[in-house]
Design a protein around this ligand. Structure first.
Ligand code: NDP
Length: 326
């Protein structure tokens, strides 16, 4: 058999991980023929709960789950990892100011970035899921100067998948047949789901939808506020769909997309006027364990307004944490 890959997952006792860990152990990330070692991080007070999840993982008898490590020490969790999915984050509690939320998370991701820098494999692939995901990824990358910044990404894939399903319903097509959808910017209600380049079997998606007002006034806000709608309906935040999007993001990065576009939050190289280093949702194509941003797409007035709005939010978030980065 092949040597095992090591995957660290943080927030292991949380809701998203209750779905995510079983998918990884089942081989949904690396494939059914690839043994995996899970290295699970959570806070000291959550260790018992992680232990319970691990009992359930054992009870599934997954053939390719080679080992499971439980720890509250990021340097143990991130030791020699091939992939890291950073889910654990400080949730917004009642009465908490946005600035406090930003700084509480900045502290967490500063420590985790430094630990990754010290002990992870040099080509580790990192996905940040915990919110504010883009800014948390930005902090992680800044705190891990010896790792390539392009390997520290944020999850826009849930917004991408949400938009695909809404478009598919409206146009009466299969979501899998929609190509070249792009979600720009922040994983927040300001994200911009851009269908201008999207096609279904060669036909332009905007023509198949045939309703620009629906796109602007219904689709965009529906995707932007989907998380809140799920909390309202379920009494709990989205978890299985977030885990699924994390799997999609990492799976495609590892295995490639055969030329298809996916949306990923990645450190900007300055293209599209996004300042270098800002972690921004862009369309990308994955191949050979790497990704390339789709460049040179034109912007019209509506796109420019949406794009600038989500960029401004990210620049404000960056300014909010810059003092902490020193
Ligand atoms: P969840 O597993 O439900 O969510 C974890 C994070 O993912 C949150 O920041 C959440 O953001 C974010 N997220 C991103 N996209 C989505 C989405 N579409 N739907 C829902 N969430 C999304 O949180 P739990 O509270 O159940 O569990 C968190 C775990 O993390 C706990 O076990 C806690 O102990 C741990 N933790 C670990 C830390 C560490 O290891 N240092 C630090 C902090 C927490 P949002 O809050 O905006 O919903």
């Amino acid at each position: 058999t092949k040597p095992a890959v090591r995957v660290a997952v943080t927030g292991a006792a949380g809701q998203i991980c209750y779905s995510l860990l079983f998918r990884i152990a089942n081989g949904d990330l690396y494939g059914k023929d690839q043994p995996v070692i899970l290295q699970l991080l959570d806070l000291p007070q959550a260790q018992g709960a992680v232990g319970g999840v691990v009992m359930e993982l054992e009870d599934c008898a997954f053939p390719n789950l080679a080992d499971v490590v439980i720890t509250s020490d990021p340097k143990v969790a991130f030791k020699d990892i091939d992939a890291g999915i950073l889910v654990g984050a400080r949730p917004r509690s009642k009465g908490m100011e946005r600035a406090d939320l930003l700084s509480a998370n900045a502290e967490i991701f500063k420590v985790q970035g430094a630990a990754l820098n010290e002990v992870a494999k040099r080509d580790v692939k990192v996905l940040v899921v915990g919110n504010p995901a883009n800014t948390n990824a930005y902090i992680t990358a800044k705190s891990a100067p010896d790792l390539p910044a392009r390997n520290i990404t944020a999850m826009l894939r849930l917004d991408h998948n949400r938009a695909l399903s809404q478009f598919a319903k409206k146009a009466g097509v299969l979501s899998q047949d929609i190509e070249k959808l792009a979600v720009w910017g922040n994983h927040s209600p300001t994200m911009y789901a851009d269908y201008r380049f999207a096609t279904v079997k060669g036909k332009p998606l905007p023509e198949l939808v045939g309703d620009e007002a629906w796109y602007r006034d219904t689709l965009i806000p529906t995707v932007g506020k989907r998380g809140a709608a799920i909390i309202e309906a379920r009494g709990l935040s989205s978890a299985a769909s977030a885990a699924n999007a994390a799997i999609d993001h990492m799976h495609d990065w590892i295995h490639g997309t055969n030329g298809a576009w996916v949306s990923m939050g990645v450190a900007s190289d300055g293209s599209y006027g996004v300042p270098e280093g800002i972690v921004f949702g862009v369309p990308a194509v994955c191949a050979n364990g790497d990704y390339e941003v789709v460049k040179g797409l034109p912007m019209d007035d509506f796109s420019k307004t949406k794009f600038d709005g989500t960029l401004k939010e990210l620049l404000d978030e960056r300014d909010g944490v810059s003092a902490l980065l020193g």
